[in-house]
Design a protein around this ligand. Structure first.
Ligand code: CA
Length: 240
């Protein structure tokens, strides 16, 4: 990890707010990229691979919802949405298209920094875990707890209703990926890419088969899953 700076992509067309965000984020030690419209933002995200995206809803061209939907098909980057209205609908739609969190304008910089930090924790977990895979000596002692389901990341073990057991490697990776992105609909293609990797050339049926196996192990009633939910004609969502 070292002193590598986190890269923040700010997508907002309001110049004064962009300026404030840019200044505040840099002061906190972040590397900041900015984009004033939706299409340019998608290009920037593809090119610069930010660690987090701060995304306004009201944008020229593509709006924030569309940008979010498109980015979510391609990347797992945390997305913090900004909305001008405190409307419940905005929040619901925002989360439906895959935003991880949202903030209503006007907000304090302090509040924004807290949200950014919380979302980046997820990135840090991902990076630490790949470090462990690569043989680094640090051990991640982390558990994800969802009522009767515990995912022990350091032991790569799952505990269901008090009973611990090991999953096949891909089953475990899939479960962790889904759990990390709980509440977000994940397409089969994205799951394939993230869990199996680009080089994998089996079809997306692979995902379905592994989800079925997982359900048999972690769902109380595998034919009526409440944890690994199917989103018709799209993919899957983990309910946390
Ligand atoms: Ca705007």
């Amino acid at each position: 990890m070292g002193d590598e700076k986190y890269r923040v992509l700010v997508v907002e067309d309001e110049a004064t707010l962009v300026e404030t965000l840019d200044y505040s984020l840099r002061r906190q030690g972040y590397e900041v990229m900015t984009s004033g419209d939706g299409r340019a933002a998608i290009e920037a995200a593809r090119r610069d691979q930010p660690d987090i995206v701060i995304l306004d809803i009201m944008l020229p061209g593509l709006d924030g919802y569309e940008v979010c939907r498109i980015l979510r098909q391609e990347t797992n980057v945390p997305i913090l949405m900004l909305t001008a209205r405190s409307d419940e609908v905005d929040k619901v739609v925002g989360l439906e298209v895959g935003a991880d969190d949202y903030l209503t304008k006007p907000f304090s910089m302090r509040e924004l920094m807290a949200r950014v930090k919380a979302l980046l924790r997820r990135v840090r977990m991902d990076r630490e875990e790949s470090a462990v895979v690569a043989g680094a000596p640090d051990v991640v002692t982390e558990r994800m707890v969802f009522e009767n389901l515990v995912i022990d990341l350091s032991r790569r073990e799952v505990v269901v209703a008090g009973q611990g057991f090991h999953l096949k490697p891909k089953e475990f990776d899939l479960l962790v990926f889904l759990a990390r992105n709980r509440g977000i609909v994940l397409t089969r293609d994205l799951i394939l890419e993230r869990v199996w990797g680009w080089e994998f050339d089996g079809g997306s049926r692979t995902v379905d088969v592994h989800v079925r196996w997982l359900r048999e192990k972690i769902e109380q009633d595998p034919s009526n899953p409440v944890r690994l939910v199917t989103v018709r004609s799209v993919g899957y969502r983990f309910e946390g």
